[in-house]
Design a protein around this ligand. Structure first.
Ligand SMILES: Nc1nc2c(ncn2[C@@H]2O[C@H](COP(=O)(O)OP(=O)(O)OP(=O)(O)O)[C@@H](O)[C@H]2O)c(=O)[nH]1
Ligand SMILES: [Mg+2]
Ligand SMILES: [Zn+2]
Length: 298
């Protein structure tokens, strides 16, 4: 069976790029439907998936099966990626640290091998927000400041993309598509004014799409969204989604410790000693609360 990769999905159609034993021209995308039996499974096929397909007489195709995934980011849903660049703007829209932490938890929980933070629109600030950056670099993340307008940091991002599949995720209007255009001008992705977005409440990028970039590598531009859904994460694995908490958890007296109210807690001890940031700990408590509330609602 020929194999293709889903480069985007739209309105029930899956657009494939040829991978192996191609049944269509390499320079084209094949539009496919899903075979009935896999159609009923939600999320059975997502952007980035490698699939087996059959070519139909009318020049379209049918996806017969999804090959095993190397990785899966759950929101935005993209399979087989190597890294995610979580993009926020320093301003316009103002950075929301709780939301940044929610995106980080989603990526950690999805087990994405490489998670990087990009702070865009650095041209809108006279000083680099050092103390903010330190919170996240102390937590183990690489933080890159960029400006799609001045070109600052673009070379650093470009250097990370080679030979990898990289998702750009983050809220609407932070400049994900603008950054990609700065990285490779041939992409010519649509970008939108913030004021227009607020007025029309529309996202400029509508669907996640795999795009090859100059210099090698594949990037995935994704539509922005406001909140990663984390309620389905089990409370026992949440702390492990904060990399700097991982070595502390084993110091907790109770092995069921939620690091909130229990005595003899390794995470709280580190917080009190100034080794864990209050901002990260508060984000942990906030997300824990949403998980507990969700559980009660069942
Ligand atoms: N000052 C400044 N403005 C920027 C920068 N990057 C993007 N913008 C502006 O921010 C607005 C939104 O940019 P987009 O690239 O459409 O944002 P997006 O993240 O792709 O948004 P969605 O597709 O809706 O998720 C546009 O008006 C851009 O010109 C930057 O580095 N500096
Ligand atoms: Mg966009
Ligand atoms: Zn604890």
């Amino acid at each position: 069976m020929p194999i293709g990769q889903v480069v985007k999905t739209y309105n029930g159609f899956y657009y494939l790029k040829a991978q192996q034993d191609s049944a269509f021209s390499d320079s084209q995308l094949l539009s496919c439907r899903l075979r009935g039996r896999i159609k009923r499974v939600r999320g059975a096929v997502v952007t980035g998936d490698m699939v087996g397909y059959e070519l139909l007489g009318d020049g379209t195709g049918v996806i017969e099966k999804c090959l095993p995934r190397k990785s899966m980011l759950y929101r935005p849903a993209v399979a087989n990626i190597d890294q995610v660049i979580i993009t926020f703007a320093i301003r316009e829209p103002d950075i929301n640290s709780l939301l940044l932490n929610r995106f980080l938890v989603m990526a950690e929980w999805s087990d994405i091998p490489e998670i990087i933070i990009c702070l865009n629109k650095i041209d809108l600030m006279s000083d680099i927000p050092e103390s903010f950056i330190r919170i996240y670099s102390d937590a183990g993340y690489r933080v890159i400041c960029t400006s799609a307008h001045t070109g600052e940091g673009i070379e650093e991002i470009r250097g990370l993309l080679r030979d990898r599949v990289t998702v750009f995720a983050g809220p609407s209007g932070v400049g994900k598509s603008s950054l990609l255009n700065a990285i490779d001008k041939d992409l010519m992705l649509a970008t939108g004014q913030i004021s227009e977005k607020i007025k029309r409440g529309k996202h400029t990028t509508r669907v996640a799409r795999l795009l090859p970039v100059q210099g090698g590598g594949i990037v995935v531009d994704t539509p922005g969204f406001g909140a990663a859904e984390l309620e389905h994460i089990d409370k026992s694995v949440l702390a492990g989604c904060f990399p700097e908490f991982r070595p502390l958890i084993e110091k907790c007296y109770y092995n069921t410790c939620t690091h909130s109210h229990e005595p003899d807690c390794g995470v709280k001890a580190a917080l009190n000693a100034g080794l864990v940031s209050q901002e990260r700990y508060d984000a942990y408590l906030n997300i824990l609360q949403t998980i507990l509330e969700r559980k009660k609602a069942y």
